[in-house]
Design a protein around this ligand. Sequence first.
Ligand SMILES: Nc1ncnc2c1ncn2[C@@H]1O[C@H](COP(=O)(O)OP(=O)(O)OP(=O)(O)O)[C@@H](O)[C@H]1O
Ligand SMILES: [Mg+2]
Length: 415
Amino acid sequence: MKTKKRGEYTKLINGVEDNTLLCSASGHGKGLFGERIIYDFFCKGETIIGLPSHKLNMELGYAAFLPEKDYHKKGIKFQQEKPKSMNVKFYHFTTPNFPSNRELAPHKILSMDIKKFKNRLLCYYLFEEFGETGFIRLFIDEIHKLKNNEGIFDLVKKINESIKKTESFGVEAKAGDRRHLNRIVQVLERFRYNPLIFQHDCEFNLDMKQIIKDQKHYHIFSSRYISDVKNRDLITLYLLLEIIEAKQKNPNLPPVCVFMDEIKALCPSSVLYEFKKPLNKIIGEILSTCRGLEINIVATSQNYTGIADEVRGAFNNVCIGKITDLKDLGELSQVIKIDRNVRQEILGLNYNEFFVLNLEDGIDEGSFLTYFAPHCHCERNYNFDRMYKQKYPQKIRKHKKILSDIAVVWKKSQT
Ligand SMILES: Nc1ncnc2c1ncn2[C@@H]1O[C@H](COP(=O)(O)OP(=O)(O)OP(=O)(O)O)[C@@H](O)[C@H]1O
Ligand SMILES: [Mg+2]
């Protein structure tokens, strides 16, 4: 990361391989700063992907509007830029809770491809377990055998069939037993009434390659109607893995910038749910892979030490805004080795001021007043749906048709 100054504002220029973490107390401008970093990546031709926010709001979606607040408009003028609204596309995975009769910003409704669950990392998360356990092996083996038009119901049937077989390599041996089947069914049970995983040839399956090709839009994913916490995290994980796979298979795709708001909620250091344990390890692993693939991560968090170690370690740039939690600051200065003077500086930071720590080469450190993105930012008391309806009355629509089309596909897959 390099810095470029104009007046007292500072433009922070992110490098191709930067993973940037922004930490500050609530309301001190990390959302604003993150949006600027993303905007700069957008201007450089990167595809912007906003992962679902744990606040279940549509914060990055406000990029579709022009800024209205004075502080923001003044800042943009000072930067000698013009207010601008971005072209935005919205995505949501299918759920029976998605409102079918409400007028909303147009969302592409998506499903997951069952064949992608051959990926071990997804299985480790789903089964909350690492390694070659019998049921994971059985699960993956049977997915390999699925035809393109076979889904989750066929999978369970196939597993049931295969545990009855007693022959392998020409000798008497079993692929698995009823315990394996039970375990798999228990895990898949959550998808029976919340269909999410569909057959390989389902037309609603996410096509990440197509999305990454489109550099003209901000691609914003939301999970606000997904009520199950584990499924919400599954979606985030699935998206990250899809981005990586698309980039690995197609090196000519443009670079990608991924925005993760409140990463502490996704990967907390002290876990409430058991499934967060494998998740933290997996996300840490994934984020470090991203750096070699022209995928930049920009993440925010209200504190530093609340994020799981494995995940924190994947960031080479850490920008610290005002921190009001002294315990966090104390621990942070031990982890990142900052001295007393810097601690004082951090405590005295104002709106939009960030202390930049480059953890790799230590250049350009110090506190800076950040640029604003030229688009609208989600202010307190803003309501996304209302605002979208007001600004784009011609674009809003009901999602009844697509939701019922998906329901038909699901129903068919059960027969
Ligand atoms: N220069 C300024 N003058 C006045 N108000 C400002 C200024 N800069 C920022 N703000 C206010 O501070 C808010 C910062 O919000 P932002 O969403 O970026 O905070 P955040 O750090 O992401 O908080 P949270 O952790 O709650 O998400 C803005 O919405 C704006 O209302
Ligand atoms: Mg924020």
